[in-house]
Design a protein around this ligand. Structure first.
Ligand SMILES: Cc1cc2nc3c(=O)[nH]c(=O)nc-3n(C[C@H](O)[C@H](O)[C@H](O)COP(=O)(O)O)c2cc1C
Ligand code: SF4
Length: 511
């Protein structure tokens, strides 16, 4: 959309209304799909031909007349022709277990969704007792894709076992991490998949009401979800009698105002209840006492969207992909200074280097990649020596980082890691919910200490102070915002100490 897909569609429609000639006037039907996630090829135009879908890109509105003249509708030759879309290596080499319909289906068409295996997972779920669905998800090895990687089936089972007159399922669609957009692409390109996943979850845990908590900065996702929700209700896939099962599930869409902390599940629940997003103490776990005090299942968009395929194809199919305790696949997002940014869904085990170079094509600036930050604003900054780490929750933790929601932000050799460390502390100070002292006060003091360190003001003492402060934040913060902010700060300090060397005379810095 940002690169002009809307204008290309308009140019095509305008050309069609003027008449295409050659008896092709009826041959053109324009379908607006979501993105395949190969952003450097966008706007990507795909033409359905008897030989499969032929891709052209990146297409601009002024290319349209030439494309039509070259026989676009039959997949004709043109300098923008990329060949069969499935043969583009970036797309062909992925394992799209969750995102397989992205860019393929019409997000507004329930029929199209059904033609591409849609609602087969729900059909399977309706054939088994709720506890078996929880067990299947557990056996698949699926872990939460929102960041904490908690085993999904165990969480489902906890809500299932809770006895209460009302239970809820809540989808965390706040997607606040820097460099992440897999939730957005899924909701924009395949909204029925999220709805199906949430319906399966609701039936499995015994919830009759659900909410998608969507950040307000996602208007296209909001529109796609609203259309899909209406279609699901109209077709009896939501409401009082889901798919004729006699079981009810009502699902609503709510917009968050855009605070990073509202992605933390307990703040999210506070926000849904109409209060300021502030972290709750745990226990009790939301699974036992969540929304309005009722047992509540909170999962990320990707987590829910992965469930229909697991129910349809089985736990073994899913767990055959992956590495160690990280089973299945992760939709990884390549962002920052990268030549071929976008969405790359791979089975766990692919290395950071493969992602950065084989898929990402190196930096966009053409200069060496000096550092990457994986896992959002609370992720570690890693130097080149760690690029062979496999994408695996345990391997990342062991190497001093975290995988989080799978966002990778690349930086070339012009990056100043001391400035990035300062930014991490500043981000925490701005986004802190204010509930606990180490985060609320510590982050502000952290910015000051880094400023003094960079100014060369008694640097050994400032570094000791910074490390001591980070230790307090790590161990004394109530949630992971304050608790993990030391990760980017200390990783920058440990791996790129030269960037923290004095930048200005002490007197000048003081004034
Ligand atoms: C500061 C902070 C921000 C978070 N932001 C998000 C977010 O934007 N989206 C998300 O799904 N999880 C986010 N989480 C994780 C959630 O608290 C929670 O673990 C997750 O929604 C559970 O779903 P999952 O098990 O499917 O991952 C955040 C956590 C913290 C501490
Ligand atoms: S660590 Fe920060 S965001 Fe988390 S509860 Fe404490 S003050 Fe709030």
């Amino acid at each position: 959309m940002a690169l002009g897909a809307g204008r290309v569609a308009k140019a095509l429609a305008a050309a069609a209304s003027r008449g295409l000639g050659n008896g092709e006037d009826d041959a053109l039907r324009i379908v607006r799909t979501g993105s395949r996630g190969a952003f450097w090829l966008e706007p990507l135009l795909e033409v359905e031909t008897p030989a499969g879908r032929i891709a052209y890109g990146p297409v601009q509105p002024e290319d349209v007349p030439g494309l039509l003249a070259a026989g676009l509708l039959k997949g004709g030759a043109h300098r923008l022709r990329l060949g069969p879309v499935e043969s583009i290596p970036y797309i062909r080499n992925q394992e799209r277990l969750t995102c397989g319909r992205l860019g393929v289906v019409d997000p507004g068409s329930l029929d199209d969704y059904r033609r591409h295996h849609g609602y087969r997972g729900l059909e399977a779920a309706l054939q088994m007792p709720p506890a078996s669905a929880c067990e299947l998800v557990k056996e698949s090895g699926l872990r939460g894709r929102g960041g904490a990687a908690f085993p999904t089936g165990i969480k489902w089972r906890t809500v299932h076992d809770a006895v209460a007159p009302q239970k809820y399922v809540v989808c965390n669609a706040d997607e606040g991490d820097s460099g992440t957009f897999s939730d957005r692409l899924l909701m924009e390109g395949d909204p029925f998949c999220l709805i199906e996943g949430m319906t399966i979850a609701a039936l499995a845990v015994g919830a009759t009401r659900g909410t998608i908590y969507l950040r307000c900065e996602y208007p296209h996702a909001q529109a796609a979800l609203a259309t899909a929700l209406a279609a699901a209700y109209e077709n009896g896939l939501l409401g009082t009698d889901v798919r004729g099962s006699g079981r009810a599930f009502d699902l609503e869409l709510r917009l968050g105002a855009g605070a990073y902390i509202c992605g933390e599940e307990t703040s999210l629940l506070e926000s849904l209840e109409g209060r300021r997003g502030q972290v709750r103490f745990k226990p009790p776990l939301p699974a036992l006492s969540g929304l309005f005090g009722a047992p509540t299942l909170v999962n990320n968009v990707v987590t829910f969207a992965t469930v229909p395929a697991i129910l349809e194809r089985g736990a073994r199919w899913y767990r055959e992909y992956g590495l160690g305790r990280s089973r299945g696949s992760l939709p990884i997002q390549l962002a920052g200074n990268i030549a071929r940014g976008g969405l790359v869904e791979k089975a766990f085990g692919v290395t950071l280097r493969e992602l950065l170079y084989d898929y990402g094509g190196g930096s966009r600036s053409g200069r060496p990649i000096r550092a990457v930050q994986v896992g959002g604003p609370l992720g570690a900054y890693w130097p080149e020596s760690k690029f062979d780490t496999p994408v695996d929750y345990e391997a990342f933790a062991q190497a001093g980082g975290m995988l989080g929601h799978g966002g990778i932000v690349a930086f070339d050799d012009s990056v100043d890691l001391a400035a990035q460390a300062r930014y991490a502390m500043e981000f925490c100070a701005i986004e802190s919910c204010g509930k606990c002292t180490p985060c609320r006060i510590g982050s502000t003091r952290g910015v000051e200490v880094i400023d003094r360190l960079r100014a060369g003001e008694r640097p050994a003492m400032q570094e000791a102070l910074l490390r001591d402060l980070c230790n307090t934040m790590t161990h004394g913060s109530l949630c992971a915002l304050g608790g993990l902010t030391p990760l980017p700060v200390l990783s920058a300090l440990d791996h790129f100490p030269g960037d923290f060397a004095s930048m200005a005379p002490v007197a000048a810095a003081r004034s």
